[in-house]
Write a protein that binds this ligand. Sequence first.
Ligand SMILES: [Zn+2]
Length: 82
Amino acid sequence: MTAPTKTMTCRDLGGPCDLEHEGTTADEVINAQDRHLKEAERAGDAGHQEARDAMKGRWRHPKRSLDWYNGVKRAFAERPVR
Ligand SMILES: [Zn+2]
């Protein structure tokens, strides 16, 4: 049996759009968002640049990012399965 998937949007993760990321864990949706932001940056999407820079900063400052990460994990846990 596979774990149920849940959905969080780019906006839920600090981004500017409503693209939905699906995953069975918070880490999966965070990774999906990371890929999405990298693609947006490559495409020259200025709207996503701020979120992309914040994401890059998170990997550089893992301790400072813990609050954000725990917040996402909590939001993911509270999200209903659909
Ligand atoms: Zn987005």
